[in-house]
Design a protein around this ligand. Structure first.
Ligand SMILES: Cc1cc2nc3c(=O)[nH]c(=O)nc-3n(C[C@H](O)[C@H](O)[C@H](O)COP(=O)(O)O)c2cc1C
Length: 287
């Protein structure tokens, strides 16, 4: 964060987790009150805790992203995520801010799939929306082309939330992700470290357990945890939003059976201009 602020970045969104100490880490930075700082929460309670714990820095977040249970990747919910609903949480957050006389923009995220979904939230007071899933199948997205085809072909029951992330948070992914069950040797030195408060990574612990249980095996299988750093780096862990199974309805099926990749511009314009829950298909491309 300090390096980003030093480099003149406009703003930082603190994602994945509660960030109770993150403002404190940069409060002495000259740009602490000048750069935009946003947070992501999945409940009004998480927001209340954040505001209480950071009151001493005399600095409120500049915006609050409210991420609901249908979002991609790590979730701020337990395995009971399906019992929650984005619109309800957004309304609770807005009510809380109003009661506290806090004028902080609220940005809902998670399952906002059409322009109509977006305008619904904007009309009820949201400052913006945060979207991701629709862009996973855009040419500009970093996913390799063959992996994008897995996103297009995923059915609803191919999208799972499990607990294999060593972070301890439930995570949503496509269940055919090569990372699931893979027993790769941890590659912490090359790709970074994902450690818990005790300096341990749950994957390294699980991997060592399997190696000890299968002496002499050339390769082990680790089912309960995944080597997040390596597999994300190699695009083998296909994290996704819940509505990924609707992506095939946003494009054309080509003569060779594959789905036509979109452009970010097309998806962006569709969010801006579509009405009545419609999704505009792109101009059909020749194979
Ligand atoms: C493939 C994918 C990966 C994601 N990875 C992250 C991440 O690393 N950190 C994060 O804060 N949010 C991540 N998200 C969540 C998005 O930032 C966003 O809040 C959410 O997915 C929006 O909902 P939507 O995907 O239904 O549009 C990811 C989303 C997707 C689809």
């Amino acid at each position: 964060m300090r390096a980003a602020l030093d480099a003149g970045i406009d703003g930082i969104t603190l994602a994945a987790g509660l960030h109770l100490g993150s403002f404190g880490l940069i409060e002495d930075h000259p740009r602490f009150r000048d750069a935009k700082l946003g947070i992501i929460v999945s409940s009004v309670r998480a927001l209340q805790i954040f505001i209480k714990k950071n009151a001493r820095t005399n600095r409120l977040p500049d915006y609050v992203v409210v991420e609901g249970p249908l979002a991609g990747g790590h979730l701020g919910f337990g395995m009971d995520w399906a019992q929650y609903d984005l619109a309800t949480i957004v309304a609770e957050v807005m009510q809380y801010l109003k009661n506290e006389n806090l004028d902080i923009p609220v940005i809902p995220a998670g399952g906002i799939f059409t322009g109509s979904d977006a305008t619904g939230f904007l009309e009820s007071g949201a400052a913006a929306v945060q979207v991701a899933t629709r862009f996973t199948v855009a040419r500009e997205c970093g996913l390799p082309a063959d992996v994008q085809q897995h996103y297009f072909t995923a059915d609803e029951d191919d999208i799972v939330v499990n607990e294999i992330s060593p972070t301890g948070y439930p995570m949503r992914m496509i269940k055919s992700s090569p990372a699931i069950g893979d027993g790769i040797r941890p590659n912490c030195e090359a790709y970074g470290y994902l450690l818990d408060a005790n300096g341990k990574c749950a994957y390294v612990t699980a991997y060592n357990r399997e190696v000890a249980a299968h002496p002499g095996a050339r390769k082990v299988k680790v089912m309960d945890k995944t080597c997040l750093c390596t597999h994300m780096r190699n695009f083998d862990l296909w994290t996704c939003g819940q509505l990924t199974y609707r992506l095939r309805d946003t494009t054309h099926r080509l003569a060779d059976g594959s789905y036509q990749v979109l452009t970010a511009e097309h998806v962006f314009k569709d969010y801006q201009f579509s009405t009545d829950q419609k999704i505009a298909l792109p101009e059909r491309q020749e194979v």
